[in-house]
Design a protein around this ligand. Structure first.
Ligand SMILES: Nc1ncnc2c1ncn2[C@@H]1O[C@H](COP(=O)(O)OP(=O)(O)OP(=O)(O)O)[C@@H](O)[C@H]1O
Ligand SMILES: [Mg+2]
Length: 277
């Protein structure tokens, strides 16, 4: 991969459209992500957040548009080269299942063995120990996933995501299903990785407490478009009612009226002009 060192952005998305059949999920989205920053992506369930971030590691390919990593185009690379790109990333997906037949330690070492074929004794124990300590689960090395709570499994998946000391970490709903204290452990970890190692984080979340705490920048998706983009302060004070309803967890009056009548609430259609700041 010919790296373009001049690019100030670690990830660039240009005019990305993604459709499944006739359904347009992402509609001509462009976004540049700065190295070393934490970008939080919010938006209603089903609006395309997971689909969007999957393009960053080419787990999905655009219907049209381009994705760049460190200045080099990646969305059109053959699968073989993409695995090389993915070694720069850690990812924690919503359905970030652990391997049930592997212990916690083996789960964490899985990506390491995949990429470097690390042998049994070359620092593997230390690596597992340090990653587990980071997620507050030291001592759980020999547990099997079936014996862990949902939140513990999530943290093991996170330990696995950081096993290769990635430059970029994608988190899809890292705090969902965790109690507030555990959720805050994840927030602190994201902050620590950024401060200490300059890791670039991209976090999909519904958890606005988490978003405000960790974000350098918050991007809101709605109806296939970016409708708000700015720091926590800007998002908090965003003038558009859809942004306010989302961040305050309120259903709109129109949707309430439909629900009261026993109807189905579809996402309200707004014109892009509604979101101009
Ligand atoms: N592989 C696929 N094939 C067809 N449709 C898909 C596929 N993946 C996602 N979709 C559709 O794309 C839309 C966006 O899905 P996505 O999972 O990105 O939503 P989301 O914003 O992450 O939602 P949530 O907050 O509930 O996780 C949904 O309508 C979903 O059904
Ligand atoms: Mg999702």
């Amino acid at each position: 991969m010919g790296e373009n060192q001049n690019s100030q952005y670690i990830i660039e998305v240009k005019n990305l459209t993604k459709s499944f059949g006739s359904k347009v999920v992402l509609d001509n989205i462009s976004l540049n992500i700065e190295k070393g920053k934490t970008t939080v992506i919010i938006g209603p369930s089903g609006c395309g957040k997971t689909v969007f971030v999957k393009h960053f590691i080419v787990l999905l390919r655009p219907s049209s548009g381009e994705v760049y990593f460190k200045g080099s185009r990646i969305d059109d690379l053959p699968e073989k080269q993409i695995s090389g790109i993915r070694t720069h990333f850690g990812f924690l997906f919503q359905a970030g299942a652990l391997f049930d037949s592997l212990s916690v330690a083996e789960n964490i070492l899985f990506p390491v063995r995949q990429d470097y074929g690390i042998s049994e004794n070359s620092g593997a124990d230390e690596l597992v120990k340090s990653k587990l300590a980071m997620v507050g689960l030291d001592g759980f090395q020999d547990y099997f996933p079936a014996k862990l709570s949902g939140g513990q499994r999530k943290r093991v998946a996170l330990a696995r995501a950081i096993a290769l000391n990635p430059e970029v970490i994608l988190y899809d709903e890292p705090t969902t299903g965790l109690d507030p204290i555990r959720a805050d452990v994840i927030n602190e970890l994201i902050l620590k990785l950024r401060r200490g190692l300059g890791v670039t984080s991209i976090v999909v979340t519904h958890d606005m407490t988490s978003a405000y705490k960790i974000a350098d920048r918050i991007v809101m998706l709605h109806n296939g478009k970016i409708v708000a983009d700015g720091d926590a302060e800007k998002i908090r004070n965003h003038p558009h009612p859809t942004v306010q309803q989302f961040i305050n967890g309120q259903v709109s009056e129109d949707d309430l009226a439909v629900l009261r009548m026993g109807g189905t609430v579809f996402e309200t259609q707004y014109l892009p002009d509604d979101f101009k700041d």
